[in-house]
Write a protein of this length. Structure first.
Length: 202
């Protein structure tokens, strides 16, 4: 792949998504700060002392969640700079056939755009799996992946009403990303137990 295609399909869109997500990133961090007094009172009542590492990761997770929602739920008009227009669409675009099925049956071939969408949707949900497993040590891999599934499915349904597309491929890729995140968290817990333990409540 030459640098022009790499820039067009990978770097440029990635930079655009980062810029678009900044508002959500800041909003998520602000929500974390606003909840600090309530959380302190609640945790003190339960006799729980949150570790510094836990609080840092939780803040990052909430900032990430805000960015994720902005990227995946915002109307298409907002992301392309045309303003916000929530409305019931006159027609709905739904893609229920997985790309992998089309490829295996010879009706579709892999291309740069497909690869970029696959990579982007997988990478986008890896932090979800890692954060859930480290923040909540008793959470199982199955439950974390289930949360990723519910979140991705909800986002795709909402996208129908924001001028975007319900795509089964996005759900598959998001689940894969969540799964990879949980596996990475599992490796951290296994090989760096003292490190992963710092994210727990004391």
């Amino acid at each position: 792949m030459n640098m022009e295609l790499f820039w067009q399909f990978y770097l440029e869109p990635a930079l655009g998504y980062i810029v678009d997500s900044l508002a959500g990133l800041v909003a998520g961090a602000i929500v974390y700060v606003l909840l600090i007094p309530y959380r302190k009172q609640r945790l003190a009542h339960l006799g729980i002392i949150p570790s510094r590492h836990h609080e840092i990761l939780l803040c990052l997770f909430m900032a990430y969640s805000g960015a994720l929602l902005v990227l995946l739920i915002s109307p298409a008009d907002f992301l392309n700079g045309s303003g916000i227009n929530f409305s019931i669409p006159s027609s709905i675009t739904v893609e229920f056939v997985p790309t992998i099925f089309l490829i295996l049956t010879g009706r579709y071939t892999l291309g740069t755009w497909t690869n970029a969408m696959f990579l982007g949707n997988v990478l986008l949900f890896i932090p979800l799996g890692i954060s859930l497993m480290l923040l909540y040590q008793k959470l199982t891999c199955k439950l974390a992946v289930g949360i990723g599934l519910i979140l991705s499915l909800s986002i795709e349904v909402i996208q129908i009403f924001t001028g975007r597309i319900f795509d089964i491929n996005d759900i598959i890729y998001n689940i894969l990303g969540t799964l990879l995140g949980t596996l990475l968290a599992h490796l951290i817990k296994k090989y760096f137990p003292s490190c992963s333990g710092k994210f727990c409540y004391e």
